[in-house]
Design a protein around this ligand. Structure first.
Ligand code: G4P
Length: 521
């Protein structure tokens, strides 16, 4: 391999407004962005309302799209994979999580654990992704640090192991106690936090007079934590039993350099990945990658399709011909780019852990594997339990062809799940979503991108279960149940309510009824 610098590939996840965009900017500021972060969106873009999202979706801003920012830090290459913020796009966030090796969870010190925080922690646990927790906004009044630790332990059932401990309560952020060295890292505020915030490390006996009292309080709490077995343990972090915690103010750049240092030190490097047949590829092996996100219409002048792939093994070289595992067909990677926000850069070489955007990737779908050499296929990217269902039809019958094409495209991108049945016919598929805002995205894109207005009629289902062909046959015609099929062939049984699903499972133990992981709001 010509670029042997170690990689770290991670995502920042949080409940909206916890400071993800602010932290992303701060991280880019501390590091040297390889693929320029000029595209990191400005403050004005952040406060997105539903209508802003639609406009941003059209302009392909990063609040909805997921791409990666690549930067260099201390001889490492860091890939920060962007995730959408709003809970209705959580399906997208979950897919992104299949492409990272670790996650940084931001918690708002004032708000504590919020619904999306809990959900995302669950998904990380499900996928075995180690999580570093950053308590953000410590410059503002908030909960006590011990109380926050307690909430993490009680509500998430993961042991917090703080690596730093705040000196000064929330709203009076003087610095942090480095729990591994016992030093005081003192921060100095800069105007607006616009540049790298100066920090000074000092021994306990060098702590200045006016910091002494808060320092003593921090030391006392640190000792309590020591007694409580809350010290970092790398093994337990990697298996998801513990989460290292640090305290920060992304806005003032406090703790940002420490977070980068921690990522290099603790977060796992890309490792070997297992295929569906149990064989696996080491990063140093031949090239392989999987697609975790597909997007069309990046360029409004011609319709192209961009497939974001995470490289699992080997070296990617632009122009190389790879095999598409699903079809066995060759795929020429004539154009590849890295994309962050609205900026794109052509990519010549990429390595395990890197994210590439493959242009004109019309054959590629979410979850697909591409490789060279011996065949390998990675497990499908997980889908989550839809909780909202709409019967869709063409709003303008004269545009049925466009309607069909649009639905097919949105299905392949994973914007919604598309379910069909002989009974409903091709003209009226059922769209299933984790969050209702997904339907608005469909409506908007159908109209503007595919020139076909869409008509929805709400269906009264609340629960979906995966079944097989035998189950589909057994459930056909039962009251309050409808069985449909996803385009990947999976049978889905929809139930009017939880009760019906439970009774059906209880009375028919021979029928396969498998729940998908919950993702909904
Ligand atoms: P998000 O991407 O997770 O949704 O959050 P974003 O970075 O947009 O931050 C949400 C708000 O929180 C922003 O305020 C941002 O300036 C603020 N913020 C982020 N990090 C910190 C921090 O460490 N300390 C403080 N005090 N604030 C922080 P905003 O858009 O200006 O609006 P408002 O919420 O202040 O009205």
């Amino acid at each position: 391999m010509s670029d042997t610098r170690p990689r770290r590939t991670f995502a920042v996840i949080s409940h909206p407004d916890a400071g993800k965009s602010t932290l992303t900017e701060a991280l880019a500021l501390h590091a040297r962005a390889i693929n320029e972060a000029g595209a990191v969106h400005g403050k004005g873009d952040r406060k997105a309302t539903v209508s802003d999202w639609m406009a941003m979706e059209k302009a392909r801003g990063i609040s909805i799209t997921s791409a990666a920012l690549q930067f260099e830090y201390r001889d490492h290459v860091v890939n920060l994979v962007d995730t959408p913020g709003h809970s209705d796009f959580s399906e997208d966030t979950y897919r992104v999580l299949s492409a990272v090796d670790s996650a940084v969870m931001l918690v708002d010190a004032g708000k504590g654990l919020e619904p999306q925080t809990l959900k995302l922690f669950r998904v990380c646990a499900l996928r075995g992704i180690p999580v570093i927790t950053v308590i953000n906004k410590w410059d503002r009044p908030g909960l006590s640090a011990l109380e926050l630790m307690d909430k993490i332990e009680q509500q998430i059932k993961i042991r917090p192991t703080p690596l730093t401990w705040p000196v000064g309560e929330a709203g009076d952020f003087r610095g942090v106690l480095d729990r591994r060295t016992g030093e005081f890292i003192k921060y100095t505020r800069t105007a607006g936090g616009a540049t790298r915030a100066p920090e000074r490390r000092m021994d306990a006996d060098a702590v200045e007079e006016n910091d002494r009292q808060v320092w003593a309080a921090a030391v006392e709490e640190h000792e309590l934590l020591e007694l409580d077995d809350a010290d970092h343990d790398q093994e337990r972090f990697l298996t998801g039993e513990t989460t290292p915690v640090m305290f920060a103010s992304a806005l003032q750049n406090f703790g940002v350099a420490q977070l980068l240092d921690l990522l290099l030190e603790l977060a796992p490097a890309p490792g070997s990945t297992e295929g569906v047949d149990g064989s696996s590829r080491e990063p140093g092996g031949e090239f392989s990658a999987f697609v975790f996100k597909v997007q069309s219409g990046m360029n409004s002048s011609h319709r192209d399709r961009l497939a974001y792939a995470r490289i699992v093994s080997g070296e990617f070289e632009r122009g190389m011909v790879v095999t598409h595992a699903g079809s066995g067909r060759p795929f020429a990677t004539k154009f590849a780019q890295t994309v962050f926000g609205r900026e794109t850069t052509s990519v010549e070489h990429a390595y395990p852990g890197d994210i590439i955007g493959l242009v004109n990737a019309n054959a590629l779908r979410v979850g697909d594997t591409i490789y060279t050499g011996k065949a390998i296929e990675y497990p499908p990217v997980p889908s989550f339990a839809p909780e909202h269902f709409m019967a869709a039809s063409a709003g303008d019958i004269g545009r049925y062809k466009q309607f069909r094409k649009g639905i097919e495209q949105l299905d392949q991108e994973g914007v919604v799940q598309v379910l069909r049945s002989d009974l409903r016919g091709d003209q009226s598929p059922v769209l299933a979503a984790v969050g209702p805002l997904q339907f608005e995205v469909v409506e908007d894109r159908m109209l503007h991108e595919f020139n076909s207005p869409i008509r929805f009629s709400r269906l009264d289902y609340q629960v979906a279960r995966i079944t097989d062909a035998a189950g589909a046959a057994a459930l056909a015609g039962k009251r309050g149940i409808e069985v449909l099929q996803r385009s990947d062939g999976t049978h889905m049984a929809l139930f009017v309510d939880q009760w019906r699903a439970q009774v059906t499972a209880r009375d028919n133990p021979e029928i396969m009824l498998e729940a998908l992981p919950a993702g909904g709001a």
